[in-house]
Design a protein around this ligand. Structure first.
Ligand SMILES: [Fe+2]
Length: 403
């Protein structure tokens, strides 16, 4: 019964997401390009901006060139550097107060996914004149006159959150809540690889595999999109497969870092237009249960999920494999598909994620399967898995791949 219900409402997310206006920011790319932020703000007519970031970025001084640029262009600014890795309502309230008090007409977001998502809520709260962000937490937050404009400068190559309309914050009960901001105004995005070159290898790998999963789940998604969006999702996967191995061996390689920034950005487009799928449903549920960071949980779930559903999306995976240059035109779809999955497996191995064999307890299977099934309703996967199939994927995740 549950399976039939899930199947029936499966098409809803694809329909709903097409009704949500998506931001179309002007994008600047290149090493050191964050110095253009002042010019971008001035050209948009912003007089006073709130620069939002986290304590680590602030202590590393990554904000300094941004402030210099704002000063040079005559744009007033205030700084709010209180965002944590898991932002809660108190932090969001603080950001809304700060932006309101300084009369900011735009927000400059500098950081990873947590900063980006916080800025979405702050920019919405200011425009809706909400001092308390508790009332902003809902499945869809409608901002009729759009949020404050945001200039987003991501410091990690993973979430693509600089462009996604979803925002995840921790509610008053301590649970993470996802809100789709309808009317999000991301006016500009700056993809500056200089901000990522010193990222620790573990973070680079986790973020890179996450970005790859966004592109991959986009390619196989059941929701239909224009060819240019499908091309971006395919390019996302190709860029990660080609550039993440280079960075693992040569962390300072600027060209590869810049390509990863673009891959993550395309991955964000995939989330917006094609939604995610079971890789994310498994990763969210397993990650929450066993406190595994998102990218690491994605690395656990990616191959077992794709192997389970590959027969339903073999043609698209084969096309992607050829696009990535992994197989020639004469190879069969099955061969191309296998080559792609082998390459992804090799990349995950190269990343060297910690061994988590047997991490999922048998006694947790039932509750996990329920959580995965319900989470998957938000997405657009190529198949609807039965409980038996979900159990089988959990078994596979628990097994070491090379065995
Ligand atoms: Fe993700």
């Amino acid at each position: 019964m549950l399976y039939i219900l899930r199947t029936l409402i499966r098409r809803l997310p694809g329909v709903v997401i097409k009704a949500v206006p998506l931001p179309e920011p002007k994008t600047e790319e290149g090493f050191g390009t964050r110095v253009k932020v002042g010019e971008i703000c001035r050209n948009n007519g912003f007089k006073r901006v709130l620069l939002v970031t986290d304590k680590t970025i602030f202590s590393l001084g990554l904000h300094e060139k941004i402030i210099e640029s704002l000063k040079e262009c005559g744009v007033d600014y205030s700084v709010f550097a209180d965002i944590s890795s898991e932002p809660n309502l108190t932090i969001i309230d603080g950001g809304i107060s700060k932006a309101t008090d300084c009369n900011a007409d735009a927000v400059v977001a500098l950081g990873g996914g947590a900063v980006m998502d916080s800025c979405k809520m702050i920019a919405a709260g200011v425009r809706l004149k909400k001092q308390k962000s508790k009332s902003l937490l809902r499945k869809f937050l409608l901002v009729p006159k759009k949020t404050l404009p945001i200039i987003a400068i991501p410091t990690t190559s993973g979430t693509g959150a600089e462009i996604t309309v979803g925002a995840v914050v921790t509610n008053q009960k301590g649970s993470k809540t996802a809100t789709v901001v309808v009317g999000l105004d991301v006016r500009g995005v700056i993809l500056d690889s200089e901000l990522t070159v010193k990222a620790p290898s573990k973070i680079t790998c986790a973020c890179g595999i996450d970005a790859l999963s966004h592109g991959l789940e986009g390619v196989v998604a059941s929701v239909r999109v224009p060819a240019e969006d499908m091309k971006k999702s395919m390019e996302c996967v190709k860029l990660v497969l080609q550039n993440l191995p280079i960075i693992i061996n040569e962390p300072q390689n600027v060209e590869a870092r810049q390509n990863m920034c673009l891959a993550a950005h395309y991955g964000g487009n995939a989330i917006n237009k094609q939604l995610a799928g079971y890789v994310h449903a498994f990763a969210h549920s397993i990650g929450a249960k066993y406190h595994i960071p998102h990218g690491n949980a994605i690395a656990l779930a990616l191959l077992p999920v794709m192997s389970m559903q590959k027969s339903k999306c073999q043609k698209r995976l084969a096309e992607l494999s050829r696009y990535c240059g992994l197989a020639d035109e004469s190879a069969s779809d099955a061969e191309c598909c296998d080559k792609l999955l082998v390459s992804i497996g090799e990349l995950i191995d190269l990343c060297g994620f910690a061994d988590t064999k047997g991490i999922i307890k048998q006694s947790d299977y039932k509750s996990l399967a329920r959580a995965i099934a319900w989470d998957s309703i938000n997405y657009s996967p190529p198949v609807v898995m039965s409980n038996r199939q979900i159990y089988s994927v959990l078994d596979e995740i628990n097994r070491k791949r090379e065995e």
